[in-house]
Design a protein around this ligand. Structure first.
Ligand code: G
Ligand code: G
Ligand code: MN
Length: 527
């Protein structure tokens, strides 16, 4: 076997370390991305809820205020002194309301605070448009003192032109912020009317262009010319730190786990290669009995691995490992060379026409060296003595096009094809029609379910009927009891294999078994 094959597949500790780091980095990036995305979404929907709550609170407040102004309409018909008490008490009992002022033809004439007055609304509230039904402005509380700010709200009387009620509202945004800041990571909230804004940072009035860029939310208070701006960060620094920390931990975990797996695999892979070199593999043979004559017409070759310290390693383990590590080709080549060693002894004992079944792995089937490997095997076997049967699991047939080509090539070369473990894959019956198949090995599972004479297996019955119709010979594997053998013989299965007849045995023991007399009187007498 070429030396390069070993070095090609061998990962150095350095390579494993760098692979571990790469895997770790990818995992960290991946996890960090997901984590930040989740945090982002959580915040995003948190802002939605906050914006929704604040704007609906303001809407309720404004519409309640508007309803109050409708209740105050009758006061227009009384003179100011008479109406004053009503106006004052309404203002006093309404939260956040400073004053109610009655306006007739753009002139303010009656205030809940000061009673009689005479002042154009324009001077009281510059910028307010009294020809609108509803209009709001933000302005300083008094024209001289700019420390406190208020909202001036205009509600026109129904049907009147420039008459209505002007209310001043003191607005304090701080409670919103206190309520929401600790959970939402909000830096500030602003109430915007026209081009003026009131922010929660200070109660000064600012122009909207002085507000920070990119609010995370803008919400319109429905029905009123008032907007809410929410400022904050969708991915605040502490979240990013948390994401980064979590991804680093996750990355280190995944990276070291990956390196660990690679090391374990390398060890097993390395051991397989050493095992091949040190001749730790050997073959076991299990006969297949012709169901009419009960002669051992054929046998299956099974790979065994006796490790000097670990002992017998189950074939499922090392075959799977070899497949995963791209070692199945060298391993199968090794199997072929072991077969070539044993075959000359077998040839002297087994008659011409004896079937010799070898297991092939699907990945070997489609490898570039497959045909050459098979021809090498064929050249090493005695001419015209054995009928070589390749056992291929259903998994090997999934690549239909390639399988068709390889199967017909094998047939041209005079080999036979057997479907191994039939019924355990997910492909099943359709493949029987698509491919030219010589034998069907019915999986142990089906044979197992034949326990007593009363039991019948409709699925097994159906498989046998189909195989018979398609002229495919059947082999039952895992036959362990007389009842099973009896049932299978009665149902026309062609070959029987299993512990009932013989365990897989090393060469010498197999030859002894083969040469010893055998009687199956309880099976034969009913045939
Ligand atoms: O005897 P048993 O435990 O040997 O086999 C377990 C599994 O290993 C079976 O599915 C069998 O097909 C598989 N197996 C045994 N020997 C070989 C072999 O030489 N090549 C392949 N590909 N599979 C084998
Ligand atoms: O290649 P395949 O998957 O057919 O491998 C046959 C497997 O079945 C091998 O592991 C072999 O040791 C095992 N085997 C053979 N005869 C019997 C049997 O009678 N009972 C059980 N349980 N296993 C068997
Ligand atoms: Mn098999």
């Amino acid at each position: 076997m070429p030396r390069t094959l070993f070095s090609d597949n061998y990962l150095s500790t350095k390579q494993i370390t760098s692979l571990g780091i790469v895997i770790g980095l990818i995992a960290a990036l991946f996890f960090g991305g997901i984590f930040s995305f989740i945090q982002y979404n959580k915040r995003d929907s948190g802002y939605n809820v906050l914006a929704q709550n604040m704007s609906s609170y303001l809407q309720t407040f404004f519409s309640h205020l508007q309803n109050t102004t409708y209740d105050l309409q009758p006061l227009f018909h009384a003179n100011c002194r008479n109406g004053n008490w009503e106006l004052t008490s309404r203002a006093a009992f309404q939260i956040n309301i400073r004053t109610f002022i009655l306006v007739r033809d753009s002139i303010a004439f009656c205030s809940s605070a000061t009673g009689n007055m005479l002042m154009p609304l324009k001077e009281l509230a510059p910028g307010l448009n009294d020809s609108k039904d509803v209009d709001f402005v933000i302005m300083p509380e008094t024209l001289k003192m700019h420390n406190n700010s208020i909202i001036g709200a205009w509600f026109r009387s129904p049907g009147a032109e420039n008459s209505g009620i002007y209310a001043t509202i003191s607005i304090n945004l701080t409670p919103y912020l206190l309520f929401s800041a600790n959970q939402q990571n909000i830096s500030s909230v602003a109430l915007v009317i026209g081009d003026k804004a009131l922010t929660s940072n200070n109660n000064h009035i600012v122009n909207t262009d002085q507000l920070p860029d990119d609010p995370v939310r803008i919400a319109q208070v429905p029905g009123y010319p008032v907007k809410l701006y929410i400022f904050g960060s969708l991915l605040p620094a502490e979240d990013l730190q948390l994401s980064a920390l979590a991804s680093v931990i996750f990355g280190v975990l995944v990276g070291s786990f990956g390196a660990y797996i690679l090391t374990v695999h390398r060890r097993l892979e390395h051991k397989i290669l050493v095992g091949i070199k040190q001749n730790q593999f050997y073959l076991a043979y299990q006969p297949a009995m012709n169901s009419t004559t009960l002669n051992a017409d054929g046998f299956e070759v099974l790979m065994r691995w006796k490790h000097p310290t670990a002992g017998l390693i189950p074939p499922d383990v090392f075959i799977n490992a070899a497949e995963a590590q791209q070692l199945i080709v060298p391993l199968t080549r090794h199997l072929f060379s072991l077969v070539a060693q044993d075959i000359h002894k077998l040839k002297t004992i087994l008659p011409v026409g004896t079937k010799l079944a070898l297991n092939l792995s699907p990945s070997h089937l489609y490898s570039s060296s497959f045909k050459a490997d098979i021809l090498t095997l064929a050249a090493a076997l005695p001419q015209n003595h054995f009928q070589i049967v390749f056992e291929i699991t259903e998994r090997g047939m999934l690549q239909e096009k390639e399988a068709t080509d390889i199967f017909s090539w094998l047939h041209q070369q005079g080999f036979f094809i057997s479907v191994d473990d039939f019924g355990t894959g997910n492909s099943a019956l359709i493949y029987l029609e698509r491919f030219t198949i010589d034998y069907l090995k019915i999986d142990k599972g089906f044979i197992n379910s034949i326990c007593v004479a009363t039991a019948t297996s409709p699925v097994l019955d159906a498989i046998l009927t189909i195989a018979h119709r398609l002229d495919i010979k059947t082999v039952a594997e895992g036959v362990e009891t007389t009842e099973q053998a009896r049932w299978l013989i009665d149902h026309g299965v062609n070959y029987l294999q299993g512990y009932y007849f013989c365990h897989p045995l090393p060469l010498e023991q197999f030859i002894q078994w083969y040469q010893a007399p055998r009687h199956y009187s309880d099976l034969l007498n009913k045939v």
